[in-house]
Design a protein around this ligand. Structure first.
Ligand SMILES: Nc1ncnc2c1ncn2[C@@H]1O[C@H](COP(=O)(O)OP(=O)(O)O)[C@@H](O)[C@H]1O
Ligand SMILES: [Mg+2]
Length: 332
């Protein structure tokens, strides 16, 4: 498989009145054509900042990004604004984490959806309106005719999210970047929308970078997974490998905190401690203070690099796990 989008060594800092926040610290990944890559991590890990950096959408407080983002023979971090605008929307669509904030509050939903269609297709206004109705219906919105007449503030968060989703998919993008696209929906609707999202991507042969903090969504959606912690990717692999043979101690913590169907009596154990302060990142592994597997090397050496431990499986750790713990007795 070939990669359609490749990010290399991305860095983003935010300058705030309290100091410099190191939000993204050398992130590299590639998105394969026609596949779904889940970027997963706790809140504050730098997932949204990474997504915004890819398309030149960082807020003003950001310094960067540095690194490169390869798409279609171009480096998106060095192309001119006009090229970037053409690619954004038509070739790479983005559903941002705050859908309401991305809709214009003073225009009706219909105006915005139709403008988006007219800007990127040759459709007449009438056909754009028809397409808009179909799009809203496709994401399960009831009474789409009425929704097109509403202003964003008249819709719930979940409805805004589905409007953004429909706009992003309407242009049949080659790459879809979806940042927690179902976070405002109840679980039933969430599962339904995710299923449609996956089907649509497969139909269009589009690739998707799906951002989530939810391992259940990863299990449902991902072909490939990249796990992010404190601004860095600490493990990446195809989804089966990651779930069967995770190697980073952070994964041990994440899986310990998940319910297991096969072991109903098991206690959930949240990972102890908190993620590090991104204003004062240690030189060592950022997971060190919470790690139950740390060895002296972890304290003495700089942060480990993301290294291939087997083909397609990369881990940034000096003391990777032997994976017996997944199936062994971990009741303690
Ligand atoms: N506009 C901003 N100004 C200052 N800090 C920010 C800004 N946006 C994000 N950050 C900080 O960058 C870090 C990563 O945030 P974010 O990318 O939103 O994480 P995630 O999407 O994984 O929850 C956090 O510490 C957050 O507080
Ligand atoms: Mg986010």
């Amino acid at each position: 498989m070939s990669d359609i989008l490749r990010a290399q060594d991305l860095h983003v800092n935010f300058y705030t009145k309290d100091g410099e926040v190191k939000a993204v610290n050398g992130v590299s990944f590639s998105l394969q054509a026609g596949s779904i890559l889940c970027l997963v991590g706790e809140s504050g890990a730098g997932k949204s900042t990474t997504a915004l950096a890819l398309l030149g959408l960082l807020p003003k407080a950001a310094r960067g990004p540095s690194g490169s983002v390869h798409f279609d023979g171009l480096d998106l971090l060095s192309v001119d604004q006009q090229t970037l605008r053409r690619i954004r929307g038509k070739e790479i669509s983005m559903i941002p984490q705050e859908p309401r904030a991305s809709l214009n509050p003073i225009l009706t939903v219909g105006t915005q959806v139709e403008e988006q269609i007219l800007a990127h297709t040759d459709l007449s206004k009438k056909n754009a309106n028809r397409l808009a109705l179909d799009m809203l219906r496709d994401v399960g919105l009831p009474d789409p005719k009425n929704i097109l007449k509403q202003y964003p503030f008249q819709l719930s968060g979940g409805m805004c999210q589905r409007v953004m989703l429909s706009m992003a998919l309407a242009l049949r993008p080659r790459v879809l970047i979806a940042d927690e696209p179902t976070s405002s929906l109840d679980v039933t609707l969430q599962a339904e929308i995710l299923r449609r999202l996956k089907d649509t991507c497969r139909e269009l042969n589009s690739s998707m970078l799906l951002i989530t903090h939810d391992m259940g969504i990863v299990a449902q959606m991902a072909d490939e997974v990249a796990v992010m912690y404190a601004g860095s990717i600490v493990e990446s692999a195809d989804v089966q490998t990651l779930f069967r043979y995770p190697q980073h101690p952070y994964m041990y913590g994440l899986f310990q905190s998940l319910p297991r169907l096969d072991r109903p009596g098991r206690r959930f154990e949240p990972i102890r401690g908190n993620p590090p302060d991104l204003m004062n990142l240690p030189g060592q592994c950022p997971f060190l203070p919470r790690c139950s597997k740390a060895i002296s090397k972890c304290r003495l050496e700089p942060m480990p690099v993301l290294d291939e431990v087997e083909p397609g499986h990369k881990v940034a750790c000096y003391n990777t796990l032997d994976y017996d713990w997944m199936n062994g007795d971990d009741e303690g």
